[in-house]
Ligand binder design. Structure first.
Ligand code: FPP
Length: 246
C-alpha cells in the first residue's frame, strides 16, 4: 500500500464512520461469465472479496457489517448452483472460525434459517457460539434465505402470535430479524445494479446508498474506502430541515 493511501486510510478511520454498513454482494455470475468460468468460480472469488472487506471494515473501525448472502428468491437458481453455494457456506463456516476469532469478528446468521439442513444450521450455531465475544471489533451479520417482504410478514405474524394488538415503529422493529441492530447508515451494492432487491426494506428507510459497476469478486479495501469516503461527505437530514450534526 502506498504512503498516501495509508494516510488516507488513517484519515477515514478517524473520521465520521457509518455504524452499520450493509452490502448486496452482486455480480459473482457476471464476473465468472466474463472470464469464461463457471458461476461457482465467481462465488468462490466472492468469498475472498468478503474476507478482504471484513479486514478493511475492522481496520476502519466499522462496528457492524451485514451481507446479503442468499435470498428467498435464490432457491429458484439451478439446483447445482444452489448446492454449490450451500457447500461454499459450509466450507467457509468450517474454515474461517479461527480467523474470525483472531480478528475479534463475531458472526451471526439471520433469515429463514429453518430451511437449511440440520448440519448447516448446527455449523452456523457453533460459529456463532465460538465467535461470540463481549466487545467484538466487528459484528458480522450474514443474511441467508432472507427477503425483506418475508421478514416483514414474519414480524407481523410474530407480533400477532404474541398477543400484541398494536405496535409502534420501535416495538415493531423488535420482531424483525435485525432486532437490536442499528439501521444501516450505508448500503453498498456492486455490479452496477441500482435496485434494493428485497433487502432490508424496513431498515433502509434513511440509508445512504453507494453503487459501483465493479462485480463483487473484484471488491476490495480500496472500493470499500471509496464508499465510506462518499458517506463521510454526505449531509444526512433524516427527513428534517436541518443538517444532522455529526
Ligand atoms: C450474487 O451474485 C451473489 C450471491 C447470490 C451469493 C453471494 C455469496 C457469496 C459472495 C459467497 C461468499 C459468502 C459467504 C457468506 C461465505 P449473482 O450470482 O447474482 O451475480 P449475477 O447477478 O452476476 O448473476
Amino acid at each position: 500500500m502506498r504512503l498516501w493511501e495509508n494516510i488516507e486510510r488513517r484519515k477515514l478511520r478517524n473520521g465520521r464512520k457509518p455504524a452499520h454498513v450493509a452490502i448486496i454482494m452482486d455480480g459473482n455470475g457476471t464476473w465468472a461469465r466474463r472470464r469464461g468460468l463457471p458461476r461457482g468460480a465467481g462465488h468462490a472469488r466472492g468469498a475472498d472479496a468478503l474476507r478482504r472487506t471484513l479486514t478493511e471494515a475492522a481496520y476502519l473501525g466499522i462496528p457492524c457489517l451485514t451481507v446479503f448472502a442468499f435470498s428467498t428468491e435464490n432457491w429458484k437458481r439451478p439446483p447445482d448452483e444452489v448446492e454449490h453455494l450451500l457447500g461454499l457456506f459450509k466450507e467457509s463456516l468450517q474454515k474461517e472460525i479461527p480467523e474470525l476469532c483472531k480478528n475479534k469478528i463475531a458472526v451471526r446468521f439471520l433469515g429463514g434459517l429453518e430451511k437449511f439442513s440440520p448440519e448447516l444450521r448446527e455449523l452456523m450455531r457453533s460459529a456463532e457460539a465460538e465467535t461470540k465475544q463481549e466487545r467484538p471489533a466487528l459484528a458480522l451479520n450474514v443474511l441467508l434465505n432472507y427477503g425483506g417482504r418475508d421478514e416483514l410478514v414474519r414480524a407481523v405474524n410474530k407480533a400477532l402470535n404474541s398477543g400484541v394488538r398494536t405496535v409502534t415503529e420501535e416495538t415493531f422493529a423488535k420482531y424483525l430479524c435485525t432486532a437490536g441492530l442499528p439501521d444501516p447508515d450505508l448500503l453498498i451494492r456492486t455490479s452496477g445494479q441500482l435496485r434494493i432487491s428485497n433487502f432490508l426494506l424496513w431498515q433502509c428507510a434513511y440509508t445512504e446508498f453507494w453503487f459501483t459497476p465493479k462485480c463483487w469478486p473484484d471488491f476490495d479495501g480500496r472500493l470499500f474506502r471509496q464508499a465510506v469516503r462518499s458517506y463521510q461527505k454526505r449531509r444526512r437530514r433524516l427527513g428534517g430541515a436541518q443538517d444532522e450534526k455529526f
